[in-house]
Design a protein around this ligand. Structure first.
Ligand SMILES: NC(=O)c1ccc[n+]([C@@H]2O[C@H](COP(=O)([O-])OP(=O)(O)OC[C@H]3O[C@@H](n4cnc5c(N)ncnc54)[C@H](OP(=O)(O)O)[C@@H]3O)[C@@H](O)[C@H]2O)c1
Length: 286
């Protein structure tokens, strides 16, 4: 039995992965932002769980919430085999940038700084596991942006913001952090990033969209891959034997190329430094 923490476990891919992992005998720590939605998901996950899953509240845009969640995880388990950084904000209705109380743009805070801090805070528990793994999540949509770069001088600058740009910018950072963490841990931690293709959103998420967006999503959603499929991808990465298949893989676990900028070692180091500084210089186990 592996102990596996997954963020955004209350819907979409995260819920499907949590269900699959709990049903196959693993101890799932379901990290969810909203306690009500989290409780509903926990009942769903536990309906077929071999060992009951635990619910831990965690808002990845709020550092205090991440610290509290990491403390709760440490109270729940002495080691963590797998961390799946699945949650993300991709709300296309946010036409203007929003900022956290710490002054970070919301997509950057939630989709990059939050997973970075959570991984650092859980690193002692991961280091205590026999074969620890971290699974990050990016997007196939990045293929349409081969020249995307990290905007180091404008990280929280509203001038370039669109929800799409901010989303892919943070996803590029997730890929780069994956590569850096793999380098830094030198084989002591398995780290990979999944390139998720267009995946069918849950009906409740589409239902709350304003109608123009709903009309746009409806055909795309019909063509998209079922969330269960990607849930199985996460589960295979989390529990599969041997080494992980690569540092950046598609839904079938085939290694794929990241945007060119992700292979710039100096940029990766700079990203690590700015992420450390922006998250309060957390201490890593490695
Ligand atoms: N769906 C796609 O087509 C697609 C394509 C490429 C990549 N991806 C990636 O796949 C992953 C899963 O997406 P999905 O399709 O399963 O979407 P989803 O059903 O909308 O799930 C997103 C999850 O993230 C959580 N979340 C959002 N903001 C959060 C915050 N501040 N703190 C904690 N949790 C937060 C949501 O919680 P709430 O319920 O509280 O909102 C939800 O549980 C994401 O990383 C996404 O970027 C998806």
């Amino acid at each position: 039995m592996l102990t596996i923490a997954i963020t955004g476990a209350n819907s979409g891919i995260g819920l499907r992965a949590a269900r699959a992992l709990a049903a196959t005998g693993h101890h799932v720590l379901a990290l969810c932002r909203d306690p009500g939605r989290g409780r509903t998901a926990l009942a769903d996950i536990n309906a077929h769980a071999v060992h009951p899953a635990d619910l831990i509240q965690a808002d990845l845009s709020i550092p205090g919430s991440i610290h509290a969640a990491a403390d709760r995880v440490a109270q729940t388990t002495g080691h963590l085999d797998v961390l799946i950084n699945n949650s993300a904000v991709f709300d296309q209705t946010l036409r203007k940038p929003h900022f956290t109380p710490e002054g970070h743009e919301l997509f950057w805070a939630t989709n990059h700084l939050g997973p970075f801090l959570l991984t650092a805070r859980l690193s002692p528990l991961l280091a205590a596991a026999r074969v620890p793994r971290v699974i990050n999540v990016a997007s196939k949509g990045l293929l349409s942006m081969p020249r995307i770069r990290i905007r180091f001088d404008q990280l929280d600058d509203p001038s370039w913001f669109t929800p799409t740009r901010a989303y892919y910018h943070a996803k590029l950072a997730q890929i780069m952090s994956t590569f850096t963490l793999a380098d830094r841990t030198e084989g002591r931690l398995g780290v990979t990033c999944v390139r998720v293709p267009a995946v069918r959103l849950d009906p409740d998420r589409v239902a709350v969209m304003p109608w123009p967006l709903r009309a746009l999503y409806a055909p795309k959603n019909r063509m998209a891959v079922p969330a269960e499929r990607l849930g199985r991808t996460y589960a295979r990465l989390a529990t599969g034997p041997g080494d992980l298949p690569g540092r950046y893989v598609d839904e079938d676990l085939r290694p794929v190329r990241a945007p060119a900028f992700a292979y710039d070692a100096a940029a990766r180091e700079r990203l690590w430094e700015v992420s450390q500084a922006a998250t309060g210089d957390p201490v890593w186990a490695w």
